[in-house]
Design a binder for this molecule. Structure first.
Ligand code: GDP
Ligand code: IMO
Ligand code: MG
Length: 428
């Protein structure tokens, strides 16, 4: 039995795609277990950049099985166009499978996502408008359409009819929109069903057999701990469980079958969308991080909010995910700073607090306690051994490991596969 989970520890875009691609070489199967096309995972190989939204980041290796799990909200249009784009780049796409239990993102989900956001006005969440929240909402109202329904013509036609009647009423009455056409959606989605039917399987039985047979399975989280529906900065969160525990419900793997957990940590912090961000730097430092790091959203192109590394957030992610290792990415972006700060504790009402405040009013008032580190002002992109990193960088990483009580497993110093320093050998 050999399974590894890779999750984001902050607010997303930590470089999960890069780390999953790196670890995919050693694995047999790569599985997405939650989220949907709100994810934008970048993988850089051979001088080319691939942006993946639904396809697991193992797809760039030949012969790795890539699975879209039960917990994913699946948009057929996005996957099919992703496959087309990959084919244009000469990538052979054969080895992928989709769960029969994955929920299908429908046109009314995308539409509602945008309308609900506009309706929230100042209280908007800043969603990606990909229909993620509305699709999970329909799952929880028990009216969702799953992949097993999509490929059953009769069931699909009936479910679409019932759902669309309600959705069109909502669209017309609440938002003054034109109703959506049943025939048009039926035709479009029947076409998707015909294209995808050969790839739809019962993934829990497939994965549990694979685990029993000793296959190496890598689980790829999307989004991150602070965007988790329960543990993140609610309500400024996504609608799924990105934390490692999400694997159990999103891929049908029991907790005893998870061997190793890796949390990906950007060497500083970013956030897209609204919500609290204790170490945000709304100043020249924040601008410098954004410019040096080209911090603009993969999916929406929005400028990312930027700030210093918040070790309290990573510590929280560490115990929620029982993380074995941290994978620090984008250390090279900090090559250009004379002085670097890390938040190592939170103060509320003048006292150090030991927990992540659930109440956003409190989280908005906490005072980050910073430690200041000397910058290294050295190019780290070509470094491949931990001991060759500048002494100052090692001090910074060691302190993160101390505060979070999680070992450093990997350090990434550039987007390419080879720009990876490995401390945790034989992770599978
Ligand atoms: P994800 O959503 O967690 O997969 O992260 P994104 O792909 O949205 O954003 C991470 C960005 O950082 C991508 O453009 C990656 O190619 C890039 N990246 C990953 N690791 C490194 C690194 O160590 N250094 C640099 N400079 N870029 C990196
Ligand atoms: P990856 O996998 C960064 C954010 C959105 C918004 C909130 C809710 O690339 O790290 P949603 O569309 O999910 O309902 O939006 O979550 N968000 C992300 N931020 N990276 C992501 O994915 C994100 N996916 C969602 O910006 O604040
Ligand atoms: Mg991303």
């Amino acid at each position: 039995m050999s399974t590894v989970v890779v999750t984001g520890t902050q607010w997303g875009d930590e470089g999960k795609g890069k780390i999953v691609d790196y670890l995919a070489e050693q694995s047999d199967i790569v599985v997405r277990y939650q989220g949907g096309s709100n994810a934008g995972h970048t993988v850089s190989v051979g001088g080319k950049e691939f942006k993946l939204r639904l396809m697991p980041s193992g797809i760039l290796y030949k012969g790795k099985k890539c699975i879209i799990g039960d917990g994913v909200v699946f948009d057929p249009e996005v996957l099919l166009s992703e496959i087309e784009n990959l084919k244009k780049e000469g990538i052979e796409i054969a080895d992928y499978l989709i769960s029969n239990r994955a929920q299908v993102v429908m046109p009314y989900h995308r539409l509602m996502d945008g309308l609900e956001e506009d309706n929230r006005g100042h209280a908007k969440i800043g969603t990606t408008k990909r229909g993620i929240g509305p699709c999970y909402m329909d799952r929880d109202r028990r009216i969702g359409i799953r992949m097993c329904d999509l490929i059953d013509d009769e069931v699909f036609a009936a479910k679409l009819k019932t759902n669309l009647e309600t959705k069109n009423r909502e669209l017309e009455i609440l938002y003054g929109q034109q109703p959506l056409s049943y025939e048009k959606i039926l035709k479009e989605y029947r076409d998707y069903a015909d294209k995808l039917r050969p790839f739809i399987i019962d993934t829990p039985s497939y994965l549990n057999k694979a685990v029993r047979d000793g296959k190496k399975v890598l689980f790829e989280g999307a989004q991150a701990t602070m965007l988790d529906i329960d543990y993140g900065t609610y309500p400024y969160v996504t609608a799924s469980h990105p934390i490692a525990g999400g694997v159990c419900v999103g891929a049908g793997i029991g907790p005893k079958n998870i061997n190793t957990t890796v949390g990906v940590v950007k060497a500083y912090c970013t956030r897209v969308g609204e919500g609290p961000f204790p170490t945000e730097q709304l100043n020249e430092i924040g601008n410098k991080i954004r410019n040096v790091g080209h911090e603009f959203g993969t999916v929406t192109g929005r400028p990312r909010r930027t700030g210093w590394l918040d070790a309290c957030v990573v510590k929280y992610a560490g115990y929620l995910g029982s993380l074995d290792y941290l994978a620090i990415t984008r250390l090279d972006i900090l090559d250009h700073f004379d002085e670097i700060k890390m938040c190592v504790a939170y103060k509320y009402n003048g006292k150090i607090i030991d927990e992540m405040p659930a109440n956003l009013r409190i989280l908005g008032k906490i005072e980050p306690v910073y430690e200041t580190f000397a910058g290294w002002n050295t190019d780290t992109c070509a470094i491949r051994k931990y001991e060759d990193l500048p002494k100052e960088a090692q001090i910074y990483l060691k302190r993160l490991s101390e505060v979070t009580d999680v070992k450093i497993g990997f350090v990434s110093v550039g987007p390419n596969r080879d720009q990876t320093i490995v401390c945790a050998h034989n992770i599978f």
